[in-house]
Ligand binder design. Structure first.
Ligand code: ASP
Ligand code: MG
Length: 459
């Protein structure tokens, strides 16, 4: 069987929820994975199922059992239909049905206790990926049987290798432990005639409690596992053919980027239409594993490579808009001629686990942008007020231009600000990276600014 890469290249591929939509989608994805010669396939829940599971957990906790039952039946029917369409073998059907019984019992437990902790919520959400991966293993076996009868597909419980801390709802991977377990359980994967199918999004604490990496976490899982098994290539298959120059919902002229460097990618706050969050690729980036992003619905359409070295290094390659930003400005005369002020401030952000994005300072003030959700944390603002006068401006948008040689190109700022000369720029951040120029505008003008800048720089 001829695959897309050299036979000795180890490929991990990940398929998102829409690529798992129904039996036909699963078979199409399995064909893609076969053609690419993937040895480890990481899958999301079937589309919409994670939302259904969250709704189920909340309904079981807060509402009637009748209402919860309706959701359970919806989830059951959807997966049973795929199982029938894929002619899931008896032994696998038994495993799937046991999972569905477990889901119902767990929902009952939540309903009786009227309590759904983050820990319980993670266990509930894990059923999405656990169910879809059973079904996808069968889809994979169907396509393998046809074209590669010597090989088979095997289901792998991600929780046996993807160890995390116990921050339920947004657990963090224990990289060293993962590397150790990957070597132990998947050390020979390259030479085996087996395609492993496993779940994205879920993991386990060292003592066996199910965790999740946070919504959309399957890409992250795939990157973590690619790093864990020392893969040569990571493929992320979704429903759009690559990363766009900007969000096509804002700017219909946006088009797919053929390649982007790790350094540029790391500076992007969001990729195109948020098809994947750049932070999720960090394990692949730090291990220098090239990542391909494409559509399982049109694999031939090509996609985007995210890799260390790229051929083309345009001044502006892509641009992103991040809405719902707040600008927090702290002023105090004590900052003049003093030291340690920034340390005090950032210690407060650290204590509250709030991440700061863009920063500028003057002699006695410092301004920084945060996601507006940070404002829900009243104690954060109170603590900041102990240190300085605090001014908060809401409903702003952060615009970032990503490219190359940004801080060494004369006339770039002029070109940017000429394009949006009637829009007030509230704050600018430039200088820290040659790959990023970002600034803040009023929320109402964010999309217009992106449209004009896209026209000016990308066309
Ligand atoms: N199924 C999970 C979610 O919908 C994880 C993922 O799809 O990446 O958030
Ligand atoms: Mg998803």
């Amino acid at each position: 069987m001829k695959t897309a890469y050299n036979a000795d290249q180890l490929v991990v591929s990940k398929f998102g929820g829409t690529s798992m939509g129904d039996a036909a989608c699963m078979l199409r994805s399995a064909e893609v994975s076969l053609k690419q010669g993937s040895k480890l396939v990481v899958v999301s829940a079937t589309s919409g199922t994670t939302n259904d599971l969250i709704e189920l957990a909340t309904t079981a906790e807060k509402s009637s059992w009748e209402k919860a039952s309706v959701i359970i039946n919806k989830i059951k029917t959807k997966h049973e239909k795929i199982a029938t369409d894929l002619e899931l073998p008896e032994s696998q059907l038994k495993i799937m049905n046991e999972m569905l019984v477990e889901l119902e019992s767990m929902s009952r437990g939540i309903h009786l206790l009227k309590d759904c902790s983050l820990k319980a919520m993670d266990s509930m959400q894990s059923f999405g990926e656990r169910l879809s991966s059973i079904l996808f293993t069968q889809a994979m076996n169907i396509v393998l049987k046809k074209s590669n009868p010597g090989s088979k597909s095997e289901w792998l419980d991600a929780r046996e290798v993807l160890i995390t801390d116990n921050q339920f709802g947004k657990a963090r991977p224990e990289t060293q432990e993962i590397a150790r377990l990957c070597a132990k359980k998947l050390g020979a994967i390259k030479h085996e005639n087996t395609v492993y199918v496993t779940q994205g999004f879920i993991g386990s604490t060292i003592d066996g409690m199910t965790t999740t990496l946070g919504r959309g976490g399957s890409d992250y899982s795939a990157a973590i596992l690619a790093e864990g098994i020392k893969a040569d290539i990571l493929e992320i298959w979704t429903d759009v053919a690559g990363i766009a120059t900007t969000d096509p919902r804002i700017c219909p002229e946006a088009r797919a980027i053929s390649e982007i460097s790790f350094k540029e990618a790391s500076e992007l706050a969001t990729f195109g239409a948020k098809i994947l969050h750049p932070a999720t690729l960090m394990p692949a980036i730090r291990s220098q594993i090239p990542v391909f992003v494409g559509s399982s619905f049109g694999a031939h359409l090509g996609g985007t490579w995210v890799k260390k070295d790229v051929e083309d290094t345009p001044l502006v390659r892509a641009m992103a808009l991040r809405k719902k930003q707040v600008l927090v400005t702290l002023s105090t005369p004590e900052m003049l001629y003093s030291h340690g002020f920034l340390f005090q401030i950032f210690k407060i952000f650290n204590d509250h686990k709030v991440s700061v994005d863009a920063i500028t300072t003057s002699e006695i003030s410092v301004s920084m942008t945060l996601d507006d959700s940070a404002l829900l944390n009243k104690a954060l603002i109170r603590d900041l007020e102990q240190q300085a006068d605090v001014q908060v401006e809401e409903d702003l948008s952060l615009i970032s231009l990503i490219g190359n040689n940004i801080n060494h190109t004369p006339g770039l700022a002029k070109k940017i600000f000429d394009a949006i000369s009637d829009i007030n720029v509230r704050m600018i951040c430039l200088g820290a990276s040659k790959h990023n120029f970002c600034f803040i505008v009023d929320g109402a003008h964010g999309e217009e600014a992106i449209k004009r800048l896209h026209k000016t720089f990308i066309g």
